[in-house]
Write a protein that binds this ligand. Structure first.
Ligand SMILES: Cc1cc2nc3c(=O)[nH]c(=O)nc-3n(C[C@H](O)[C@H](O)[C@H](O)COP(=O)(O)OP(=O)(O)OC[C@H]3O[C@@H](n4cnc5c(N)ncnc54)[C@H](O)[C@@H]3O)c2cc1C
Length: 536
């Protein structure tokens, strides 16, 4: 039987020290040994029983329960003060066979894999490599767990691919301790697994597009994600270039996302015979908010067929982005904040990627390990790419007016998600971000939540629609924020959540973060069809 170690911890913190937050118990479940249960599916069902036992114990003590992965979210979305469950030892994974597919599935079984929630992106990528497969996209680095990555809806900068959760085809949730509380949900318009395989997971099936899309970005509040089916693709290489780019060209590309015209921007060798530029897989712009005249830096990547024998890209990638910003800068900046622009200028080579550089590698090699541990912040807002120029100007104005603060701006671009509360919700979303060193507000320097509140205020005043990355720092307490971002989508999410979980379990899976965003609210009179399986 899977075994859970329970430790009273007093407090818990994120990977980047955004807490600490008071916490009673840490639960850490280890799978049963292979020698006892050799089959992955048997160990998977055994682990599900253990999670259900833990949920029953949570109910018996009238407490709350929250799963977390790597703690990479830079706010308290993963935190719960009663019981926090660490998932990283729950890392089973297997390939899907043709015989596991639903008779109406149109997907290629060779591209489908099942991952238990605690798999880290890095280990899951290494597993896929053995099959000659790759995730379609990940984040900019690889330390998140599958459960955590899906729950907040992480994104890379893969123009035409979407966010990480957009490759999820089925999701297995444990929603309580009872025999009917282990559910596998997939779209009724895209059935994937047959009922036999789902029964082997220990789950009952619900095929329902609306429920699936609501549960997908579940913010840790939609039950315990035990595992997911992910669609991958054959291995590919990415050729990465970093170049200077004039601001007008950078913003023209952001606005149009049309990369074909060499008069706007081109990379020798990345054009077809007619002189039309190739469409990149990834487009990113780096901006120093304190230097108005400086050209921007762009990072572009083009997809190439996989081949062996290419030079190892890791040494170059280590020098790529935001590498190891020293902690002394934060302390120094707190006392002498007017010097931040000068420090950023002096550190340009450290903060921004090395220029005119080229590297080639697989997705997990290019989006490699994170280089910075220690206190950090990231403000990350999603906007329609056609608003990118106006939003960038406002962002720069606000940080110059109320800052300066120790961070640099990045802009990435991602195709729309279908997930009900996915923050990459515009047809193409520009993720406008500021990354830097976490500081404490003081008489010389605006606090991070106050700066964020100023930013939201400025965007709202200009009528620029935006969303926020669920796993990044944010002034989530600002009234009306969720409605501004999601219209009636948050209401739809609450309906599905309430219908699936029921009042008691909806409360068990709530936390302060959900309450602050008013997403923990329970809807009493939900339609039964919300959780019905729709026949295909
Ligand atoms: C160095 C670094 C780089 C980053 N780069 C990117 C990036 O490029 N793109 C991007 O979009 N984001 C990025 N982020 C943000 C980060 O990827 C997300 O916040 C992600 O959700 C973190 O995954 P995690 O495994 O650490 O989850 P956690 O932070 O531990 O948890 C996130 C959420 O998932 C829930 N959860 C976790 N497991 C389960 C489960 N089994 N069942 C139900 N709920 C669960 C938690 O309750 C919580 O609500 C970065 C963060 C860091 C620190």
């Amino acid at each position: 039987m899977a075994k859970t170690t329970i430790t009273p911890i007093g407090q818990w913190n994120t990977f980047h020290d955004n807490g600490p937050y008071p916490t009673r118990l840490l639960l850490d479940t280890a799978l049963e040994k292979k020698s006892v249960l050799p089959q992955s599916l048997d160990r998977y069902r055994d682990a599900a029983s253990e999670i259900q036992r833990l949920l029953q114990d949570t109910l018996d003590h009238n407490e709350r329960f929250r799963a977390f992965g790597s703690g990479w979210s830079l706010n308290d979305i993963a935190h719960q003060q009663d019981r926090m469950h660490f998932n990283a030892r729950m890392n089973l994974k297997w390939s899907i066979a043709v015989s596991d597919l639903h008779q109406k599935s149109t997907l290629d079984a060779g591209n489908l894999f099942f991952f238990q929630c605690g798999n880290i992106i890095k280990e899951a990528s290494a597993f896929l490599h053995q099959y000659g497969k790759s995730f379609r996209t990940t984040g900019a680095s690889n330390g998140q767990t599958i459960g955590g990555a899906v729950s907040t809806g992480i994104h890379g900068s893969s123009l035409d691919v979407g966010a990480f959760q957009d490759a999820v085809r089925g999701i297995n949730l444990i929603i309580g301790p009872g025999p009917h509380d282990n559910v596998y949900i997939e779209k009724h318009t895209q059935p994937v697994l047959n009922d036999t395989h789902i029964a082997n997971l220990g789950a009952r099936v619900i095929r329902n597009d609306g429920l699936f899309l609501a549960a997908l970005v579940g913010l840790g509040g939609f039950g315990f994600i035990h595992g997911v089916v992910i669609e991958t693709e054959p291995l590919f290489l990415l050729k990465r270039y970093t170049r200077h780019i004039k601001r007008p060209a950078a913003l023209q590309l952001a606005h149009s996302l049309d990369f074909s015209d060499p008069a706007v921007f081109s990379i020798p060798g990345e054009m077809d015979a007619s002189g039309t530029c190739n469409r990149p897989f990834h487009y990113m712009i780096y901006v120093n908010p304190y230097n108005k005249k400086e050209d921007y830096i762009t990072e572009v990547m083009y997809k190439k067929p996989y081949r062996t024998g290419y030079p190892d890209p890791i040494p170059r990638i280590c020098n790529a982005v935001y590498k190891d910003l020293p902690d002394w800068m934060a302390a120094f900046a707190a006392k002498h904040n007017k010097l931040i622009p000068l420090i950023m200028k002096a550190m340009t080579e450290t903060i921004f990627p090395t220029l005119d550089d080229e590297a080639e590698g697989t997705l997990p090699e290019i989006f490699w390990d994170s280089q910075h541990a220690g206190p950090a912040f990231c403000i990350s807002m999603g906007i329609d790419h056609r608003d990118a120029g106006a939003a960038l100007d406002l962002f720069i104005q606000v940080v110059n007016k109320y800052g300066p603060v120790p961070g640099a701006i990045g802009m990435r671009f991602v195709r729309s998600t279908e997930a009900t509360l996915g923050f990459t919700r515009f047809p193409y979303t520009c993720m406008l971000e500021m990354d830097g060193i976490l500081w404490t507000g003081n008489p010389q320097m605006i606090s991070l939540p106050d700066l964020e509140a100023r930013l939201w205020e400025a965007m709202r005043k200009e009528g620029i629609p935006f969303t926020m990355h669920w796993g990044k720092n944010s002034a989530w307490h600002v009234p009306g924020l969720i409605d501004y971002m999601y219209g009636n989508k948050d209401g739809e999410w609450k309906e599905y959540r309430s219908a699936l979980l029921g009042k008691q379990m909806a409360d068990v899976f709530s936390n302060n973060f959900l309450q602050r965003c008013r997403l923990a609210e329970f809807r009493t009179h939900t339609a039964s069809k919300l959780t019905e399986s729709i026949l295909v």
